[in-house]
Design a protein around this ligand. Structure first.
Ligand code: DAH
Length: 344
């Protein structure tokens, strides 16, 4: 290889590679240029391979030239890398800046569950009518949940309220009615109380049944309480909740703790009475079972039925919420899905 040609080729290689390096528009292009110049099969490497063929003093001279070219190329690549790193940083600083002097957005505000809202409205209404709002345990004794409500162990009504039994004979209450018993035991007559809360049953779940649901129990014990009193309070309650008169019907119903007992049905507000899954195609929804307190129940809780009598009712709060908001499946309300609940 004649010397001047070798010198010239090295220079040409260097300036060609420097051009490529300068032309790279991003880190990937720069990398390609680097491989072409300094890679194992790159331009400099090609020249190095030829070195063996040269005379010793030539080899030293060309070697120096090559080293010089390599160093300048490396410097150019490093400068390019630095430039791209700076550009990336500048772009990030521009897009990711935060004004730390702005006021914080604050915690996200939640809102009450539709059942809680109805419960609170009813608590307020009944308080204004002179009723105490009582709470009772969700884990109940068999006595309070059944026996004291005139549902002895062999009574068929127990089958309709199959529940979850716990060790030691206690159970998850099947209704809020045991709070009536606790109210009578604790406060005695005259008594006006309501008791909202959760109840549990061993149910198979469908559009209108859940194993866990909400009720609102009510009881009034006084002198000469009649069905007329009962109806007055029931109508007041329904008008308050629905904000208008709703069509109701009263039919006989059987509950061991009331005598006489009634089912107060509301015309289905989902379908307007035409029939749908919520009303089981009947056009009516059982909302308010009620009646005059069975004298036996009063006596068991230490109240003399010769002197006192009363009415009681057990409102299905979950069902009431469905009627008021037009919800056609109980599972929406209990499922905890915020996309659903945020609509209320
Ligand atoms: N506890 C009954 C149930 O859950 C409902 C009920 C009926 C409650 C009549 C009452 C009542 O207070 O008088 O099925």
């Amino acid at each position: 290889m004649p010397e001047p040609r070798a010198d010239q080729s090295i220079q040409e290689l260097e300036s060609r590679c420097l051009e490529r390096i300068a032309a790279a528009r991003n880190a990937a292009e720069l990398e390609t240029a680097r491989v072409e110049a300094l890679g194992r099969k790159g331009g400099i490497a090609q020249f190095s391979k030829e070195m063996g063929k040269l005379a010793p003093e030539e080899r030293a001279r060309i070697g120096k030239l090559l080293n010089g070219a390599r160093e300048r190329l490396e410097t150019a690549i490093e400068a390019g890398l630095k430039r791209f790193a700076e550009e990336t940083l500048r772009a990030r600083l521009e897009s990711e800046w935060v004004d730390v002097t702005l006021p914080a957005p604050g915690p996200r505000r939640g809102h009450l569950h539709p059942i809680t809202r109805i419960q609170r409205e009813l608590e307020e209404l009944f308080r204004s009518l002179g009723f105490a709002v009582l709470d009772g345990p969700e884990v109940e004794t068999e006595y309070h949940n059944f026996d004291a409500l005139n549902i002895p162990a062999d009574h068929p009504a127990r089958d309709m309220q199959d529940t979850f039994w716990l060790e030691g004979g206690n159970l998850l209450r099947t209704h809020t009615s045991p709070v009536q018993v606790r109210g009578m035991e604790r406060l005695g007559p005259p008594l006006r109380m309501i008791a909202p809360g959760r109840a549990f049953r061993n149910e198979s779940v469908d559009a209108s049944h859940e194993h866990t649901f909400y009720q609102l129990e009510g009881m009034m014990v006084d002198r000469e309480v009649s069905v007329a009193h009962l109806l007055y309070f029931m109508k007041t309650l329904l008008a308050a909740i629905f904000g208008r008169e709703v069509t109701v019907r009263l039919r006989p119903g059987y509950f061991p703790f009331v005598e006489p007992g009634f089912e107060l049905d509301v015309q289905c507000l989902i379908c307007g009475g035409a029939g749908c899954p919520v009303c089981k195609q009947s056009g009516w929804v059982e909302l308010l079972p009620c009646g005059l307190v069975n004298p036996k129940v009063l006596r068991m809780s230490g109240i003399d039925p010769e002197e006192w009598n009363g009415f009681a009712f057990g409102l299905g709060l979950t069902r009431l919420a469905m009627m008021r908001y037009g919800i056609d499946d109980i599972r929406h309300l209990q499922g905890g899905d915020l996309r659903f609940l945020e609509q209320f």
